[in-house]
Design a binder for this molecule. Structure first.
Ligand code: ADP
Length: 491
């Protein structure tokens, strides 16, 4: 139900991208087309205005030259029909030379000539506006039937004495201009539609290819959501862009999470397995007591001692398991902790000498000055105690334990060597595993749960150090810890 609801509101990123690109292109194209459109139409209009001005000037000059007295119908007709229309400054040339009236009827101009009193003497068509007296040339836009048009008026002055002999009115219906205008409008709209469609499609396909890793991630998440243990991963072709990097990081995260899940379930399995033995022992003794041991003081004593020993063991086990869990979080909780390593190793050495007087301890301390290592003090002590305890526990006849402390450029090395039973090559890699004991029964007798080295390793690695072991069965073992140096310290 929820899924369906989510799907209903799902608006694909590809669609958003396509719409965004289309909208962006539309806005840009609209601005560009509007600028082009207005400059083009302005140009056209000013050309039409120029034609009108030229016509006004040319015709009024011709008419001004034709007479010095009154303008008559005959004179105007003769001037405009018989004369030729030549552009200014090109008198006598052959190009553009046409009878004036033909030149006018070609265009979209309506020429009307009035005498001084406003009586119409000549007209090439039906004018829109009636006569109006003007003293200078005037050109303006006026509202027409279908659209606006241009109207120009000019007084006609006699060329001889500059006397006012009539008025000239030229109207340009701007049909040509509006035809171009509409044409341009149509082209602009078509161009805009094409831009929107193409940019939308481009955006969609581009996003389809670019966002493919996201689809892969989504598919992988869906598979893993149903079954988190599945091996499905996002196919990563390259890590050269953000999505490639994201897919790679996502795979890494899933790997790590699955590792955690595996470890977790294995941990639970291991713990229940470890607890089974002490619980079974306690249960056995209790049943024994219940059946016939209550009145037997010897049996009672034995069972109580056994139960106590097993509860103690469980107590230690629980404490160690807690330590192990906490050891995994040192990076977060003890980030800025430091310890004087020389001082601490010497303390542990002194303590062990005191607790185990039957052992011969030696310390080979090569450090001239104390050094700070980035480890919480109690944790370093815990690591050393685990190693020294094991050295004591697994020593046989030769009760000798050798500690060493040395450094190189970047790290401090602490060694714990014993000459006891040693570890075989096949077990060497496994001794750091949780609950791993070479000889389970013997180790149990010695109070070992198989967690000491796992805790030590987790702690050392949490502080960016390493722990290694060299051993020979029957000859003893050497455990080495290296830890990075923070800085030299005087103490
Ligand atoms: P435990 O509590 O059983 O000692 P550890 O994790 O400390 O658990 O050690 C794991 C196993 O590694 C031990 O059971 C033992 O078999 C082996 N081991 C550890 N230290 C030594 C050593 N110094 N010499 C020989 N064997 C060792």
């Amino acid at each position: 139900m929820d899924e369906q609801k989510r799907r209903k509101h799902f608006f694909s990123l590809k669609l958003k991208w396509a719409l965004g690109t289309a909208l962006g292109s539309l806005i840009i194209s609209l601005v560009v087309i509007m600028v082009l459109f207005s400059s083009f139409t302005q140009d056209l209009l000013s050309q039409e205005r120029q034609t009108l001005t030229q016509s006004l000037v040319t015709i009024s000059q011709k008419l001004g030259k034709s007479t010095s007295s009154e303008l008559t119908v005959a004179k105007v007709n003769q001037t405009l029909k018989d004369n030729v229309l030549t552009p200014e400054g090109n008198d006598g040339g052959t190009i553009y030379q046409r009878p004036v009236i033909q030149g006018l009827s070609d265009g979209h101009l309506t020429v009307t000539v009035y005498d001084q009193s406003g009586k119409e003497l000549f007209s090439t068509g039906k004018e829109n506006q009636g006569f109006k007296k003007v003293s200078t040339q005037t050109i303006k836009m006026a509202d027409g039937k279908n659209h606006q048009y241009l109207i120009g008026r000019e007084p006609i002055l006699s060329a001889d004495n500059y006397r006012m002999i009539g008025y000239l009115q030229v109207e340009n219906n701007l049909d040509n201009y509006y035809q171009h205008y509409r044409h341009l409008e149509l082209i602009s709209v078509l161009a805009l539609i094409l831009v929107v469609i193409f940019s939308g499609l481009m955006g969609y396909f581009l996003s389809y290819f670019l966002l493919r890793p996201l689809n892969d991630i989504q598919e992988t998440v869906e598979v893993l959501r149903d079954d988190p243990t599945k091996d499905k991963r996002v196919p990563v072709t390259s890590r050269t862009d953000e999505l490639g990097e994201l897919a790679w990081m996502f795979n890494e995260m899933i790997d790590r999470t699955q590792r955690y899940i595996d470890q977790q379930s294995q941990f639970v399995g291991d713990v229940s397995h470890e607890l089974r033995t002490p619980v079974a022992i306690i249960q056995g003794h209790m049943q024994l007591l219940q059946r016939w041991g209550k009145d037997d003081p010897k049996q009672l004593e034995e069972s109580i001692n056994a139960a106590l020993a097993e509860t103690n063991r469980m107590n230690t086990l629980i404490g160690e398991m807690l330590d192990l869990t906490r050891a995994g979080q040192v990076e977060v909780n003890f980030r800025n902790a430091t310890t004087h390593v020389k001082k601490l190793v010497n303390q542990v050495y002194d303590n062990f000498r005191m607790i185990h007087p039957d052992f011969h301890f030696s310390l080979d301390d090569d450090l001239d000055e104390d050094l700070l290592v980035p480890v919480y003090r109690d944790h370093l002590e815990q690591i050393l105690i685990i190693l020294c305890d094991n050295a004591v526990k697994y020593s046989t006849e030769r009760k000798e334990i050798h500690l060493s402390l040395s450094r190189n450029m970047q790290a401090v090395e602490i060694g714990v060597q014993d000459f006891g039973e040693g570890i075989s090559q096949e077990n060497l890699n496994r001794v750091f595993d949780r609950f791993y004991r070479v000889d389970k029964a013997r180790s149990r007798k010695k109070g070992g749960n198989g967690l000491g080295l796992a805790i030590a390793k987790r702690l050392v690695e949490g502080y960016h150090g390493t722990v290694t072991v060299e051993s020979q069965l029957g000859s003893g073992s050497l455990f080495r810890i290296t830890l990075p140096i923070v800085e030299a310290s005087d103490k």
